[in-house]
Design a protein around this ligand. Structure first.
Ligand code: GRF
Length: 217
């Protein structure tokens, strides 16, 4: 019998999505376990969350490396030595180099606080409000070299209210992220979602469909 899939989580800060994955992985029937957490920033809350959960933590300061590739190599070595099968980016604020992305192709996912392909990049919530959109949300997607552009695995919608502020929309979206990421990781760890020639293929996801792709508003 094989055990739960070993996941490495890359963070840069608060780590609330990391916490959602940690909490989910505590359930006995959850098919993934967090094997290690790597942060490019020392002293962040996400590292403390991991330590409290008894998860191995590593700080790899990007400023200590002469190139993006050298930093990515250092991160990759930690992931490999922890027998990582899948990498989750959770508020990781570094762009990963092409060789790293290629090496982890189909095994590297990210969560982004918009309904991709709309609103890639930073300052998402301010731009959503300024656009006049009435619905926003979050997306879990496979990572490809182009930022926030990989094949989409799962999304959740949240309303944008008439008097919304970026902070209010961010916290409403974050609550949806905390539901979506564990659900998406479950599908990945159970092999019910795979990346096949740049296409996301699903198997046996009908039952999850209602909740996963559109949690109640
Ligand atoms: C989240 O909104 C995530 O979608 C984005 O960065 C934020 C990270 O928050 N990529 P946290 O560190 O998980 O609390």
């Amino acid at each position: 019998m094989t055990g739960p899939m070993r996941v490495g989580v890359l963070i840069s800060g608060r780590g609330s999505n990391l916490q959602a994955l940690i909490d989910a992985s505590k359930s006995r029937d959850y098919p993934a376990t967090i094997g290690c957490v790597v942060s490019n920033v020392a002293g962040v809350e996400g590292l403390r969350r991991a330590e409290r959960a008894g998860i191995a933590t590593h700080v790899v300061p990007h400023t200590a490396y002469g190139s993006r590739e050298a930093f990515d190599d250092a991160v990759g070595q930690i992931l490999s030595s922890s027998d990582t099968a899948l990498v989750c980016l959770a508020g990781f604020m570094r762009v990963l180099s092409d060789p790293f992305v290629q090496k982890w192709h189909g095994r590297l996912v990210n969560i982004h606080p918009s309904l991709l392909p709309a609103f890639k990049g930073l300052n998402v919530h301010r731009r959503v409000i300024e656009s006049g959109a009435r619905i926003s949300g979050c997306s879990v997607h496979f990572v490809v070299p182009e930022l926030d552009s990989g094949p989409i695995i799962a999304q959740a919608a949240v309303p944008v209210w008439p008097d919304d502020t970026p902070d209010a929309l961010a916290s409403r979206t974050l609550a949806a992220e905390h539901r979506l990421y564990p659900l998406a990781l479950r599908l990945l760890a159970e092999g019910r979602v795979i990346l096949d020639r740049e296409q996301v293929r699903f198997r046996d996801v009908e039952q999850a469909g209602g909740e996963l792709f559109s949690p109640p508003l």
